[in-house]
Design a protein around this ligand. Structure first.
Ligand code: 5GP
Length: 206
């Protein structure tokens, strides 16, 4: 029996916790790919379509919802819509790659419900003050947006216990090694490797 779904690694954490950098660390591992989300948020200056996000209109997004094209979707910060296209699962399976989802807590809970084998990692800032400094240093959000992100962070932090792993991002080197270790060890779970194990056992005449 070959697996019918790829290994799915969910990475969540408050905005500014450095989760995108840690997702990049996972993507440095051969055999991994990012699920490109669709969003109604307008692109920032540094963002181009199709790399990290597919930028779509609200109408297009709702049509995708109606057609059942999302594995999960959510309205984040009560404002813009974000969703993971279902087709990314098939693409990962076909390419024999592990699929990395950088999504919020609402989306993570939906994926865990639909795919109980998915592994969820929560990235935590070392403190609230540290998070505020990081968000301000990014310099891409208005004062209103910063307040919204900090309030949202407070709520999101309470959801950590629904996750399989928590990584505190106080030292990027170490946190990077930790997320890579989580990805690599998830690959070796017996439930995922049973087919391969049985082949090996056959070679022993078992
Ligand atoms: P940003 O606008 O800063 O890129 O992302 C805002 C939030 O939306 C982040 O917490 C990010 O993880 C989340 N997000 C990005 N893509 C998705 C997605 O496809 N689904 C869900 N549920 N959240 C997402």
């Amino acid at each position: 029996m070959s697996p019918t779904e790829p290994l799915v690694l969910i990475v969540s954490g408050p905005s500014g916790s450095g989760k995108s950098t840690l997702v990049q660390k996972i993507l440095e591992l051969p055999g991994t790919m990012l699920a490109v989300s669709s969003t109604t948020r307008p692109p920032r200056k540094t963002e181009s379509n199709g790399k990290w996000y597919n930028f779509v209109s609200e109408v297009e997004f709702q049509q995708m919802v109606q057609r059942g094209e999302f594995l999960e979707y959510a309205q984040v910060f009560g404002k813009n819509w974000y969703g993971t296209p279902l087709k990314s699962l098939g693409e990962a399976l076909q390419q024999k790659k592990d699929l990395v989802l950088e999504i919020d807590v609402q989306g993570a809970l939906q994926v865990k419900q639909k795919l109980p084998g998915a592994i969820a990692v929560f990235v935590m800032p070392p403190s609230c003050a540290d998070l505020e400094v990081r968000i301000r240093e990014r310099g891409q959000d208005s004062e209103d947006e910063i307040r919204r992100r900090l309030e949202r962070a407070r709520q999101e932090m309470l959801s950590y216990s629904s996750y399989d792993f928590a990584v505190v991002n106080d030292d990027l080197e170490r946190a990077g090694r930790e997320v890579q270790a989580i990805a690599l060890s998830s690959r070796c779970r017996v439930a995922r490797t049973e087919e391969h194990i049985r082949e090996i056992l056959k070679s022993f005449g078992g």
